[in-house]
Design a protein around this ligand. Structure first.
Ligand code: SF4
Length: 254
């Protein structure tokens, strides 16, 4: 069975990230506009760019059977399904079921607009992105209304497996908006985890958030949602000063 998975990377801890191609939104600062994966080393990205054109990505979409083989051959156990938007894959249910049947633990990273009961049941954890509560800001950034995402948040927010994520975008989604999202989440379920990340301008749209802006806002968010968290490092996985880049499992780069 064909999937939209075109890139598989593995972190240091036996977790792997399955990158799906295709999204139903058009975020101005979409991380995928940068090309490949921000967790890969610059030399791996350079090699990928030498071997594959942007237009080759659809041809790289892999069969589920081969995805499972790659993951098993590399002892991956925990899977993150993200990239563009995994729920736009026409076979997403079968993919989730197939991966669960093979014993993998699954975290789905999604814009939340296409979630349904079956998808929520099959995933072990879900990161749902609320880009903005104000619909005009949401439309400005993503090109679409936040109505579906908020409806699905309302429907599924009692499930402890859901966490919410927002990006602090200077000049657009600043601390006032982030705090409104935090209040909105708290009204439904104060125990939900809420991840606040700083924006990085991969696409050239807007400017990067500073660590200071994010940290200052995060301290206020924490007063509303005790389980809120943020990442100190947004590039690779840092241990001391060393960045542990992810390994590219698919496609081949040498
Ligand atoms: S929802 Fe995610 S994948 Fe889709 S355009 Fe926005 S940032 Fe990109």
């Amino acid at each position: 069975m064909k999937t939209n998975i075109y890139l598989i990377i593995q972190f240091m801890d036996n977790s792997a990230y399955l990158n799906f191609l295709g999204c139903n939104w058009k975020c101005k600062g979409c991380v995928r506009l940068r090309g490949w994966e921000s967790h890969l080393s610059p030399s791996d990205v350079e090699n990928l760019n030498k071997i594959y054109l942007e237009s080759d990505k659809p041809k790289l979409r892999q069969n589920l059977k081969d995805v499972v083989k790659i993951l098993k051959d590399n002892d991956a156990e925990k899977l993150y399904l993200g990239g563009h938007e995994p729920t736009t894959d026409p076979n997403i249910m079968k993919i989730l079921k197939g991966l669960k049947d093979e014993g993998f633990w699954i975290k789905l990273v999604t814009n939340g607009s296409l979630l349904d009961e079956t998808i929520v049941d099959l995933a072990d954890e879900i990161t749902l992105s609320i880009k903005a509560l104000d619909d005009e800001i949401h439309k400005t950034y993503t090109g679409v209304s936040n109505k579906k995402t908020l409806e699905n948040f309302d429907k599924f927010c009692q499930a402890e497996k859901i966490e919410i994520e927002s990006i602090y975008i200077p000049g657009l989604v600043e601390c006032g908006e982030i705090l409104k999202i935090a209040e909105y989440i708290a009204k439904y379920n104060k125990n939900l985890r809420y991840r606040v990340d700083g924006y990085l301008s991969y696409s050239g749209y807007g400017q990067n958030a500073t660590e200071e802006e994010v940290e200052t806002c995060f301290n206020d968010v924490k007063k509303i949602l005790p389980k809120a968290y943020t990442f100190a490092s947004r590039w690779g996985r840092k241990t001391g000063n060393k960045i542990n880049y992810a390994k590219c499992l698919y496609p081949k780069i040498n």
